[in-house]
Design a protein around this ligand. Structure first.
Ligand SMILES: *Cc1c(COP(=O)(O)O)cnc(C)c1O
Length: 457
């Protein structure tokens, strides 16, 4: 039996799916932090191209994928849908496990799906340079590649601890032509402010976002680009689930449960939203499960409120599950998915009870990642291993209950640049790490005080 399902050129999707068209309630609007009133989208024109802002607020169900973009997508899309037969055997499960393998992209993850799209729209609107932040470097490398293809420049603020500990992704970004800085830097006011308080700051995604946003604000020909969280990013990623739907149609199967890990929520949304479309339209029920680390449990332990996307408070306020924007996860946590908040659309679906979420500590996550590598061959990114951990538990449950479920998960990326983390696991140095409840409480208290000051509850 064939384990790998590919699509032909003419079956590839030529539109993205916008879940906003099918939501039971409209998403709460982003707020202007200086007034507490809904943000005027045109203010975002300082850092985003018009076409992406239009996508951000669009209520159209289908949005055209430009042909020029397909010329790049075609390099790695469609990605294969693979049946994990060896993993099924190892788990002695009657469940059928499939994964959508996004690790085949040049940068090794799903992130280029939106990176090339964002570089494309910025380029056609005359922008010469994009700035961004990156943690471990997956997003930065995807955007560096996207900018190179579209002939524009790329500046990446990379979280300092990753810059120091993970040189290979930095080199990859530079190889694709990007300028990469260890954040906090002294190039921006936000960076200098953090360095004054703590010259040895390890940096965080939030700090790096502040720097990248400030850089874009201050330069006319420069825009900012975000690799997750925002509606237009999730939109671009729906190509994953749209392809998967066609692949399942080809083999006459359909998933009972779709699974993805969540950092900012984009790969989970990309796979699950096109399947949730049927559920929202009342046609076909499906479970969608988002998996996060206990070290940064934004959805399972966070609160649903308005918060900034960054530490310095430069971004609009987004209604989302958050641990508070000043929360910085411990460097002990090696599994990625370190963002304090969660995509507003994913947050809303969780709030409405349409999707589920679970959190795992990192040791069982790495154990699941190793099991996957030993059965299916591919080494998953530690982020992806979170989804795999849930899939393993679910497959075992199916065995115990004698259920033949079809499980689909997003294999969001490969772990070839994560060998140091796997080394820690294999050598027994990896420690489970549960988030510091006190620090989160403090961050949430700060946030609530701020919200009160602008008249938001
Ligand atoms: C960035 C990344 C994630 C987390 O980001 P989301 O926006 O939640 O998808 C997950 N897996 C891989 C491989 C990544 O590079």
């Amino acid at each position: 039996m064939n384990v790998k399902i590919n699509l032909s050129e003419k079956e590839m999707p030529h539109q993205w799916y916008n879940i906003v068209a099918d939501l039971p309630t409209p998403p709460p609007p982003p707020l202007d932090p200086s007034t507490g009133a809904p943000m005027d989208p045109s203010l975002l024109l300082k850092i985003f191209p018009r076409s992406l802002i239009e996508q951000e607020v669009s209520t159209e169900r289908w949005i055209e994928i430009p042909d020029e973009l397909w010329d790049v997508y075609r390099l790695w899309r469609p990605t294969p849908l693979i049946r994990a037969r060896n993993l099924e055997k190892a788990l002695k499960t009657p469940a059928r496990i499939y994964y959508k393998w996004e690790g085949v992209s040049p940068a090794g993850s799903h992130k280029p799906n939106t990176a090339v799209a964002q570089a494309y729209y910025n380029k056609i609107e005359g922008i010469k340079r994009l700035t961004t932040e990156t943690g471990a470097g997956q997003w930065g490398s995807a955007l560096a590649m996207g900018c190179k293809f579209m002939g524009i420049e790329c500046t990446v603020y990379m979280v300092k601890v990753s810059y120091q500990q993970k040189p290979y992704r930095r080199i990859l970004m530079q190889l694709w032509g990007a300028d990469v800085y260890a954040s906090p830097t002294d190039r921006t006011e936000s960076g200098r402010k953090i360095l004054e308080q703590d010259p040895n700051s390890p940096g965080s995604l939030g700090i790096a976002i502040s720097e990248a946003v400030e850089d874009a604000f201050k330069h006319e020909d420069t825009n900012y680009s975000l690799g997750s969280v925002l509606n237009h990013v999730l939109l671009h990623q729906t190509i994953i689930g749209l392809e998967a739907r066609k692949q399942f149609e080809m083999i006459g199967e359909w998933p009972d449960v779709v699974v993805g890990c969540i950092g900012g929520g984009s790969n989970f949304a990309g796979l699950s939203f096109p399947f949730l479309m049927d559920k929202l339209q009342g046609k076909k029920d499906i479970r969608a499960v988002a998996v996060e680390p206990t070290a940064c449990p934004s959805v399972t332990k966070g609160i649903y409120t308005y918060d900034f996307g960054d530490v310095a408070g430069l971004t609009p306020l987004l209604k989302m599950f958050t641990l508070g924007h000043s929360f910085i996860p411990s460097p002990i946590h090696a599994g990625g998915l370190r963002y304090h908040g969660m995509a507003p659309l994913v947050s809303l679906l969780y709030k409405e009870g349409i999707i589920e979420a679970v959190a795992y500590p990192q040791k069982p996550v790495f154990e699941a990642g190793v099991l996957f590598a030993q059965t299916e061959g591919y080494v998953p990114a530690p982020e992806t291993a979170h989804a795999i951990k849930f899939v393993v538990d679910e497959a075992i449950r199916c065995r115990e209950e004698g259920k033949e479920e079809v499980i689909l998960f997003n294999a969001s990326g490969h772990g070839h640049f994560d060998m140091a983390a796997y080394d820690e696991y294999i050598s027994g140095r990896l420690e489970d790490y549960v988030y510091p409840e006190e620090k989160v409480k403090e961050a949430v208290r700060e946030l609530e005080e701020f919200l009160k000051s602008i008249g938001q509850k």
